[in-house]
Write a protein that binds this ligand. Structure first.
Ligand SMILES: Cc1cc2nc3c(=O)[nH]c(=O)nc-3n(C[C@H](O)[C@H](O)[C@H](O)COP(=O)(O)OP(=O)(O)OC[C@H]3O[C@@H](n4cnc5c(N)ncnc54)[C@H](O)[C@@H]3O)c2cc1C
Length: 456
């Protein structure tokens, strides 16, 4: 029997959570379905965030919020305890452990022969739609047939740095394969960016060699804040009705923090579940204003690091092994044993000799840097959202074509929906999207299966 097929392109957390929710719902409703989980790097159920093997790379989110299953907060802590790990719901597991968890939950969701996952390693380069059936074309010429397609492509790699050419000691994408493993010779490392990726890079390279000093450079030199040792209960933040302005957001948030005795953690907990709705209430110009003026402060307060990582960062800074620099990179060129970097530091042009340069500036925003996305845009199958942060889609993840019409069987979730939802990169948000997509995918599978039945 040919099973109805759903192709999920991108095998990271978004792809794995989609497959898990789809398979579980299909099993509950007795619907046959074959999932093809396509990942160009073969990092199925790991993706960019959970492929790390460094045990010091911790989840930034406590265990009881990282369950793979919507509505079952104890699922991950219970799995971890059954695996022999000592973690409470408010603890922070290593990301590598979380990757193992996702792999196991995905395997457990399979129910062959009626509900299967085929893990395919290959890069999707185009999507063909012939008479209502999709074919995903891979770079090596293979084609994957599908009745519905889910785009779970994650983030683009960091944007190229102007003034920096390729060099063996320039790490253009710290999440590409084993990009950081070479950095263990004790030479100074300049990291561009001071966010979550910089924290990971600094922890890895300073552990790899006791003499390594890390310079972290960004325009504002703002570090991610730390989670409190004891989680703060959510504080409700009232907002005015009707169209919302950034000024309203800031005023209501500041008032809530004041009324909470200056403690912003509870206010952030109160805001978090409403972030997508608040974003959608902002007009396009207000969204642009938010990105220009507020986003960098939102990010460091919203995406915090665990207390243990914060303590490690503080110790590195106190020991002079992590130094924050405020300014911008001008250029980098080869020099003896590494690179000579020119940077504008607080208005002063400065030269710095480093052994390594790492681009941790975060996801690039050019959608067309990805050949697959470029082909979806060129064919008119998809269009960018107004701010070009990702693809234009309905809030439920139905991808809109170049004319704004919904593609009935083409969906997206995760970072690709940034323009539509803004907060869409962390597991709790992605998991909710995967759970909401599952019934639509089961519906497609059920109708295909019904059509395939021989007429009596
Ligand atoms: C370092 C780091 C730490 C994080 N920590 C946390 C955390 O603690 N808690 C939390 O909630 N969130 C965390 N996040 C957020 C994280 O982004 C999500 O949890 C999740 O990993 C996003 O998964 P994704 O599948 O959308 O993207 P990705 O993990 O990027 O996966 C997308 C996959 O698609 C593949 N792909 C892309 N294009 C193609 C193509 N054309 N063909 C085939 N394959 C393709 C990519 O190779 C990749 O493997 C973290 C993120 C990072 C980067």
């Amino acid at each position: 029997m040919v099973l109805p097929t759903v192709a999920v392109i991108g095998g990271g957390a978004s792809g794995a959570l989609t497959a898990i929710h789809l398979l579980r719902l299909a099993r509950a409703s007795g619907t046959p379905v074959a999932v093809t989980l396509l990942d160009q790097g073969g990092r199925h159920a790991l993706g960019q965030a959970y492929a790390t093997t460094d045990p010091h790379h911790l989840l930034n989110t406590r265990a009881d919020r990282m369950s793979a299953l919507d509505g079952e907060p104890d699922h991950l802590p219970a799995w971890a305890r059954a695996t022999g790990l000592d973690v409470t719901g408010t603890g922070y597991l290593p990301r590598a452990v979380y990757g193992r968890y996702l792999r196991e939950v995905l395997a457990a969701a399979e129910d062959p022969p009626a509900r299967t996952v085929e893990r395919v390693t290959g890069a999707a380069v185009a999507l063909e739609n012939r008479a209502g059936t999709y074919a995903v074309r891979l770079a090596d010429g293979r084609r994957v047939r599908a009745d519905a397609v889910v785009l779970a492509l994650g983030n683009r790699g960091p944007a190229p740095l102007p003034g920096v050419a390729a060099h063996p000691r320039y790490v253009a994408d710290p999440w590409a394969g084993d990009a950081l493993t070479g950095i263990g010779d004790g030479a100074p490392v300049l990291v561009l960016g001071t966010g979550l990726t910089m924290v990971d890079v600094a922890l890895t390279v300073t552990r790899a060699h006791p003499g390594t000093v890390v310079y972290a450079l960004s325009r504002h030199a703002l570090l991610p804040r730390a989670h409190p040792a004891v989680p703060a209960p959510p504080v409700p933040v009232p907002f005015p009705e009707g169209p919302l302005r950034v000024a309203d957001l800031l005023a209501a948030t500041r008032r809530a923090v004041r009324e909470n005795g200056g403690d912003w953690h509870g206010v952030m907990e109160g805001l978090r579940p409403h972030a997508q709705t608040l974003w959608r209430r902002l007009a396009p110009d207000e969204r642009r204003l938010f990105l220009r003026r507020v986003a960098r402060y939102w990010e460091i307060h919203r995406h915090r690091i665990p207390p243990a990582s914060a303590a490690a960062v503080a110790a590195l800074r106190a020991g002079g092994r992590l130094r924050l620099l405020r300014g911008s990179l001008v250029s980098a060129r080869p020099a003896d044993g590494g690179l000579r970097v020119r940077a504008d530091l607080d208005g002063a042009l400065t030269e710095l000799d480093v052994g390594w340069l790492v681009n941790a500036t975060g996801p690039g925003s050019d959608l067309t840097s990805d050949p697959f996305l470029a082909s979806l845009l060129a064919s008119g199958t998809a269009r960018p959202d107004r701010l070009r942060l990702g693809l234009d889609a309905t809030p439920e993840g139905v991808v809109l074509d170049a004319t704004g019409r919904p593609n009935e069987r083409l969906f997206a979730l995760g970072p690709l929906l940034r323009g539509t939802l803004y907060e869409t990169t962390a597991v709790p948000e992605i998991r909710a999207q995967a759970a909401a997509l599952a019934p639509r995918l089961v519906e497609v599978a059920a109708s295909r299966a019904a059509r395939a039945q021989p007429v009596a």
